[in-house]
Design a protein around this ligand. Structure first.
Ligand SMILES: Cc1ncc(COP(=O)(O)O)c(C=O)c1O
Length: 447
């Protein structure tokens, strides 16, 4: 049913009339129709979803697994697992280089996977989708190729205080190589970017801005569109690290107007070792290849090489074929559930867990932004995150402990590390209850 199509005339009736019929529509029919528009999180069939993830039925240390380490990597539905085994059982061949049937069929499947990613991100062209090994490689590709072409002595690159090391180190390295400066947008005590400071950092020397969409440690959802608009006002391109965003939210690269957008398959319920770099055609065409070799060329002689067009120019060597195909299946899987429902369901989990953690003695949540994804980092007064994580593990509860590859952020908060619980759509409130009980037990044991 197209709810919008029904709602528009009803609203017109509401504005127009006072007749009894209109009043009936106004008082009874319209509220029902409006109610239909609010996302109903109960529409998520949690039992059916959990049954799709074989690992969720496993025991760890004799206890049913409660997997809250989704920020590090997500679990895989059976549809993805079977796609990969089927590839090795019945489809295995190399792509883009064979006349035989298997090679041609798998080439089509791989290119269809690229088209699935294009559609999912709403990219304009499928050749704007480059398959990489993950977010880290995508950012390295842009940093190194961009620096080669555009970065000189005295130029500036802007990152933020909440970046993952994967969105700091490549920029730090190319800045050192080129004599450029790395500038850092600071955050406030809630873990939100201070946009007034960002505005002050943008200037004629700024060559690129690299920012995370969602912080893997704090859960903060950054206002990337605003960040991009401000940079574009000065013709500065922006790379968005979407590693933590793509599993939780709709990403529309055209609407956002991102110049580059990166993510990893394994955090999106897909295989490890595959990821995506989206780049606007105009930028990718200007960048030199990052890695070179088989697959990236049109012609080679010992005197001169002519490189292939997009996307192959950036895809050297045999790619992670089953990874690309498995990623497309994972994308279809989340779309089947609906990212709007996933976001609403996970937000409910976030609020529930936040409420319980706030009541837990000695717990301090790190990252209290107004706009947050389903990631909670916390410290417990006087206790080491590692010790808490170890006791929770004995109870079958997997959380992440440590600096989460965001050491500058730890320095900012004057802490060594946090315990991080990151929820996915297959987690439940019952699991959160058990986690809180386990945490209380750990605190008691360690005090
Ligand atoms: C925000 C963010 N960026 C980048 C990465 C690196 O991703 P990968 O290890 O898949 O390359 C991660 C991984 O945790 C992340 O959370």
């Amino acid at each position: 049913m197209n709810r919008n199509r029904i709602n528009i005339p009803l609203k017109l009736l509401y504005l127009q009339g006072k007749s009894p019929l209109f009043r009936i529509i106004l008082n009874f029919v319209f509220p029902i129709m409006t109610e239909l528009k609010t996302p109903d999180i109960s529409i998520i069939d949690i039992d059916k979803i959990r049954a799709d993830f074989p690992i969720l039925s496993d025991k760890v240390n004799g206890k049913p697994l409660i997997y809250f380490d989704n920020g590090a990597t997500s679990q895989k539905p059976i549809q993805v697992i079977e796609t990969i085994t089927n590839y090795y059982k019945h489809q295995n061949a190399n792509i883009h280089r064979g006349v035989h049937t298997l090679s041609q069929e798998i080439t089509v499947a791989y290119e269809n996977a690229r088209a699935t990613v294009q559609k999912h991100l709403n990219a304009l062209y499928s050749h704007e989708i480059i398959f990489t090994s993950g977010t880290t490689e995508s950012i390295n590709l842009v940093a190194h190729s961009f620096a080669k072409q555009f970065l000189s002595n005295g130029d500036e690159v802007i990152v933020t205080a909440m970046e993952h090391h994967s969105n700091i180190l490549p920029w730090q390295m190319v800045c050192e190589e080129r004599g450029a400066l790395l500038k850092v947008v600071p955050i406030n005590s809630d873990g939100e970017l201070i946009l007034e400071e960002y505005k002050k950092l943008l200037n004629k020397k700024t060559k690129i801005v690299a920012v995370t969409h969602i912080s893997n440690t704090l859960g903060t959802i950054n206002p990337v569109k605003e960040i991009i608009d401000l940079a574009h006002a000065q013709n500065i391109p922006v790379l968005v690290d979407g590693a933590q965003a793509v599993p939780h939210t709709f990403v529309n690269v055209q609407d956002m107007d991102a110049d580059f957008y990166c993510f990893s398959g394994h955090k999106l319920f897909g295989p490890t070792g595959v990821g995506v770099l989206y780049g606007k055609e105009k930028w990718l065409n200007q960048l030199p290849p990052y890695k070179v070799g088989g697959g990236t060329i049109k012609t080679v002689s010992f005197e001169r090489t002519e490189y292939a067009d997009l996307p192959l120019k950036f895809e050297a060597g045999t790619p992670h074929i089953e990874g690309g195909i498995g990623l497309a299946v994972a994308i279809d899987y989340v779309n089947e559930i609906g990212l709007d429902k996933i976001a609403a369901y996970e937000h409910d989990l976030l609020e529930y867990a936040t409420g319980l953690l706030q009541k837990t003695d000695g717990v301090k949540i790190i990252g209290t932004a107004k706009n947050k994804a389903s990631v909670i980092s916390f410290v417990v007064e006087g206790l080491h995150a590692f010790d808490i994580g170890t006791i929770l593990d004995q109870l079958g509860i997997a959380v992440r402990t440590g600096h989460h590859c965001t050491q500058p952020l730890m320095t900012h908060y004057c802490i060594q590390g946090t315990v991080r619980a990151a929820f996915a759509f297959y987690n439940t409130k019952q699991e959160i209850d058990l986690f809180i009980q386990g945490l209380e037990r750990a605190i008691k044991m360690l005090r």
